[in-house]
Design a protein around this ligand. Structure first.
Ligand code: ATP
Ligand code: MG
Length: 137
């Protein structure tokens, strides 16, 4: 079965969107396999987004992810990677469709509320980065 690493970013936690976001994934029908509130160390945020190292916004992105606690989740189900990205919406919240999480709750790419894995391989890579084995069911 496919799994996705979904993370509510610090702005989403600070703005009280945790329940709303979990509700959307539950209603869609995916299974929650792991969940924790976590203050990420800088090295972990850097590793998570290592593919973007050369991008001009990378230092700010890392600062953003460590600026407060995040909610780390693993959701499982057929097609969960692509489906989660549809629920989440486009990277730039101003371009994200209403009805998507970013479309409903954001206005800046640099504070876009939530992360979702972009491929099964990256999903498994990210789950291994953010969770220890015993933390998942
Ligand atoms: P994520 O990986 O967080 O789910 P994504 O897959 O939609 O987002 P990526 O291209 O992987 O988009 O970019 C990772 C994150 O980097 C974005 O979610 C956003 O927070 C930040 N980011 C991307 N592009 C920009 C930009 N032009 N300016 C500022 N931040 C950006
Ligand atoms: Mg991405």
């Amino acid at each position: 079965v496919e799994r996705s690493y979904i993370m509510i970013k610090p702005d989403g936690v600070q703005r009280g969107l945790v329940g709303e976001i979990i509700t959307r994934f539950e209603r869609k029908g995916f299974s929650l396999k792991g969940l924790k509130l976590f203050q990420a160390p800088k090295e972990l945020a850097e590793e998570h987004y290592s593919e973007l190292k050369e991008r001009p916004f990378y230092p700010e992105l890392v600062k953003y992810i460590v600026s407060g606690p995040v909610v780390c989740m693993v959701w499982e189900g057929p097609g969960v990677i692509a489906s989660a990205r549809k629920l989440i919406g486009a990277t730039n919240p101003l371009l994200a469709e209403p009805g998507t999480i970013r479309g409903d709750f954001g206005i800046q790419s640099g504070r876009n509320v939530i992360h979702g894995s972009d491929s099964p391989d990256n999903g498994e890579r990210e789950i291994a980065l953010w969770f220890k084995e015993g933390e998942l069911v």
